[in-house]
Design a protein around this ligand. Structure first.
Ligand SMILES: Nc1ncnc2c1ncn2[C@@H]1O[C@H](COP(=O)(O)OP(=O)(O)O)[C@@H](O)[C@H]1O
Ligand SMILES: [Mg+2]
Length: 361
């Protein structure tokens, strides 16, 4: 499914812009601050009904305006589909496909995926566990709606449980009341845990293969993601029971799958501590390329690949390897941003691939 056209209205710094895209490579060129990343984020938004960077939609509305819309036309086997997403300060988000609204946003998710490679991805290694959970949750959800529903349900129950615990003001909770939360949390936790476990197991070979392709076949480094969860060692029933007192005192749910994390290892050692800068950068890109391959293989659909400022950040050898990969048939439509058109041209010329340019001023 290719994006033919993108129209933005009051989206961040773009008050009104229409871009037409080619089926393979599209380059958004311009100086810093002109809104290149914002365009890539709008493409991501079109696929996911949310921004990659801002969790609050209101921050996406152009300063001084009250409404915003993102529209796209995609083509699939010569059939055009029109998608319109609109929201405002005082207006709920709506998603329309060929002018017909989706009753629930969830029904739209998974039609098309987007894989975003940005300099901020380094936060996957250095920031807290939330970033890493977001990565696995996004990947699994693209292929499994039940998982997405379970996650939403889990968050809701945790929120309710936490506000109940807070209302206790440190007093001990009635075990019967607590049971009603556990009754919902136990099956949800078990299912999410199982799906995350299975995902990591299947994902690791993709991760290694992408790393090897990016860094060259002679590379002997072994990359591994280890899934860290309290459920690895204890049942959720036991976790809830063991934490009952501390949960009541602190007014929140202290342990569970909402604390899950990933350890990224290189040759058996934590990447964060023992990886060189080059290894860390390559690992993060490999992680995203693996996400691409994984989604492509399991859904049979090629995600949109968004490459933000990538040539500025990686060395020549790696960018050549990356070009070899993404210009091949396994990859579909690509959107790159860069400050220099010539740099983009040189990279894609070497693979004999034509680029469609957009110069922002
Ligand atoms: N809600 C908003 N309304 C208007 N402008 C915004 C909004 N959010 C961000 N911007 C502007 O977008 C610009 C940055 O765009 P960005 O896409 O990151 O630029 P680039 O990637 O080309 O360097 C900044 O000038 C910033 O002020
Ligand atoms: Mg940028």
């Amino acid at each position: 499914m290719n994006l033919k056209e993108l129209r933005l209205y009051h989206f961040k710094n773009h008050s009104n812009i229409t871009l037409q895209f080619a089926d393979k490579v599209n380059a958004i060129i311009g100086n810093n601050g002109v809104g290149k990343t914002n365009i890539l984020d709008a493409v991501y938004y079109l696929a996911n009904t949310k921004s990659y960077f801002n969790h609050l939609d209101n921050q996406l509305i152009q300063f001084g305006e009250t409404e915003c819309s993102i529209m796209g036309i995609y083509s699939d086997e010569n059939q055009n589909t029109d998608i319109q997403i609109a929201f405002g300060e005082n207006r709920k988000k709506t998603v329309k496909k060929n002018q017909k609204a989706f009753p629930r946003l969830l029904d739209y998710i998974g039609q098309v995926s987007a894989v975003f490679i940005t300099p901020y991805d380094i936060s996957l290694v250095f920031e807290g566990s939330e970033e890493r959970r977001r990565f696995i949750d996004y990947t699994i959800s693209q292929l499994d709606k039940t998982y997405l529903n379970q996650l939403i349900e889990y968050r809701k129950v945790i929120e309710q449980r936490n506000s109940f615990l807070k209302s206790l003001d440190g007093k001990d909770a009635d075990p019967i009341l607590m049971e009603s939360f556990s009754f919902k949390l136990i099956p949800l936790s078990n299912s999410i845990f199982q799906k995350r476990t299975e995902f990591i197991e299947k994902f690791n070979p993709y991760f290694n293969e992408s790393y090897r392709k990016l860094c060259g076949d002679l590379n002997q480094e072994i990359l591994k993601i280890e899934y860290v969860s309290p459920l690895n060692s204890d049942s959720i029933e036991k976790i809830l029971l063991n934490n009952h007192k501390i949960d009541c005192i602190s007014g929140r749910t202290n342990n569970g799958i909402h604390k899950d994390d990933l350890n990224i290892e290189i040759n058996g050692l934590p990447l964060k501590k023992f990886g060189s800068q080059g290894q860390i950068k390559s690992s993060v890109i490999a992680l995203k390329l693996a996400q691409y391959q994984y989604l492509n293989q399991l859904s049979g659909k090629k995600p949109w690949l968004l490459l933000d400022d990538i040539f500025e950040k990686i060395d020549e050898t790696r960018s050549q390897q990356l070009m070899k990969m993404v210009c091949g048939d396994e990859f579909g439509q690509i959107f790159v941003s860069d400050t220099h058109a010539q740099r983009v041209k040189d990279h894609f010329d070497s693979q004999g691939v034509e680029v469609n340019y957009y110069i922002l001023e």
